[in-house]
Design a protein around this ligand. Structure first.
Ligand code: IFM
Length: 455
């Protein structure tokens, strides 16, 4: 047991640097120490679901390479390491009633101690998409009880790690869990339900609120939620209505309940499921209101909605119910096809702080570019430029008075990029796919220098 005191959310005027990973994307070891399959273990086996037919069975093998990865994190000089907890390692049966797997907790115990020994504070996220398959078999996020089980996971994890964790995130990007997972079917569990996915969104919010309450009841402080909010920039005035639908599903479905305890009329117009009193029960929205002490923002790209032209195929499955919608990203694009515009980060930080009154923290930001290893080194200048410009955008927000408490780069390692498999690399450390050897890229060294100079 290590006695160092971990840092929580930085105070007003303070700023923390960090780097992030997520359990399924890096850990591998999917059958180790009692872990059971997650929805991603199942989904990756569906032919065609993953671009290169790969899975996270080994990923970066971080489960077995804790020391190596800790050294990489320490080499950056960051204050926080953001990681997520694999639910199927800790509650292999999905629920508390089905039993706690101590060996799964041991892994996170070692990770947390290793961080503290190096003077780095842990920033765990309870849920970054690897739902136990056994819970999906029971409806997954369409089942309200899943949120109750997340609260149990929070209690179990706090019991083990709470003495050494100063800040917590409940969910990572519930937009992706709900709409990529249950509307478009491009992420696990691969359900194509259109507007039915709003039910999953509501249950994710409930899960967040109940888990946050469980953490606080157990004595935790600085409990937040991490959202991939986006600035919505309509292409022309005629696109105002579709842009409102995009803003509703991407941003307001989360910020409305968290801030006002309500879903707004514009959202309800595209999400009729949220009018159903069996779905949104008395007291639900009141439980969500005020349940986050900070908002984590994952920013990569703005959204540029437009109204489809006559004869143009319309409809964007990750925005169900928004009729006639097309997206028109502008160049430059990263290799995953996402528009690069750092001004969007300044805007989303400012808008979110103004909307919620809460401290905001960049919890993910980074770029997918294809890299080449030359003489054992990776000169990823485009990624360095992306990080530099986005860190400048954070500074611009701070100078404008926005209460931004930190910046966490995505991501430490080239890892399993969900439906893209290993075809897209966001890491500041290259990982050889055969040997799993790690090579810090130019962006790693640049970020370490930036952090060392405190920006
Ligand atoms: O890799 C993901 C991460 O898991 C969640 N946020 C976006 C990243 C890039 O797609």
């Amino acid at each position: 047991m290590v006695s160092s005191h971990p840092a929580g959310l930085p105070g007003r005027g303070e700023f923390s640097y960090g780097v992030a990973t997520a359990s399924y994307q890096v850990e591998g070891a999917i059958g180790a120490d009692g872990r059971t399959p997650s929805i991603w273990d199942t989904f990756t086996q569906v032919p065609g679901a993953i671009r290169d037919g790969s899975d996270g069975a080994t990923a970066c093998d971080s489960y077995h390479r804790v020391e190596e990865d800790l050294a990489l994190v320490a080499g950056l000089g960051v204050d926080h390491y953001r990681f997520s907890l694999a639910w199927p390692r800790i509650l292999p049966g999905g629920t508390l009633a089905a039993g706690v797997e101590a060996r799964g907790l041991d892994y996170y115990d070692r990770l947390v101690d290793g961080l503290l020994e190096r003077g780095i504070s842990p920033m765990p996220t309870l849920y970054h998409w690897d739902l136990p398959q056994v819970l999906e078999d029971d409806g997954g996020w369409l089942n309200r009880d899943t949120g109750r089980h997340l609260a149990d996971l929070a209690r179990v994890v706090h019991d083990r790690l709470g003495d050494r964790v100063g800040m917590w995130a409940t969910l990572n990007e519930p937009y992706c869990s709900a709409y990529l997972g249950y509307a478009a079917g491009i992420h696990a569990p691969g359900r194509v339900l259109g507007t039915g996915a709003h039910v999953a969104a509501h249950h994710l919010l409930l899960g967040h609120a109940w888990a946050a309450e469980a953490l606080r009841d157990a004595g935790a402080r600085d409990v937040g939620i991490v959202l991939n909010l986006a600035p919505v920039w309509p292409e022309r005035p005629e696109a105002a209505e579709v842009a409102d639908g995009v803003d509703a599903i991407r941003n307001r479905v989360w910020l409305g309940p968290l801030t006002d305890g309500a879903y707004d009329d514009g959202l309800l117009a595209v999400a009729p499921e949220l009018r159903d009193p069996d779905v949104v029960r008395d007291g639900d929205l009141a439980a969500v209101r005020g349940s986050a002490e900070w908002i984590g923002i994952n920013y990569y790209t703005p959204e540029r909605p437009d109204l489809a032209a006559a004869g143009e195929p319309a409809g964007v499955p990750v925005y169900p119910g928004v009729e006639g919608l097309v997206m028109r990203p502008r160049e430059p694009l990263t290799d995953i096809g996402w528009e690069v515009d750092a001004r969007g980060l300044t805007q989303v930080l400012a808008d979110t702080h103004a909307r919620t009154g809460l401290p905001v923290l960049v919890c993910e930001n980074g770029a997918a570019y294809h890299d080449t290893v030359v003489d054992g080194a990776v000169d990823d200048r485009a990624r360095v430029d992306y990080l530099r410009d986005h860190l400048a955008a954070v500074t611009a927000a701070r100078e404008a008075g926005v209460d931004v408490r930190g910046y966490v780069a995505w991501t430490l390692l080239d890892n399993f990029e969900w439906a893209e498999g290993y075809t897209q690399t966001f890491g500041i450390v290259h990982v050889d796919r055969q040997t799993r050897n790690r090579i810090p890229k130019a962006s790693y060294h640049w970020y370490a220098t930036h952090v060392g100079e405190r920006g």
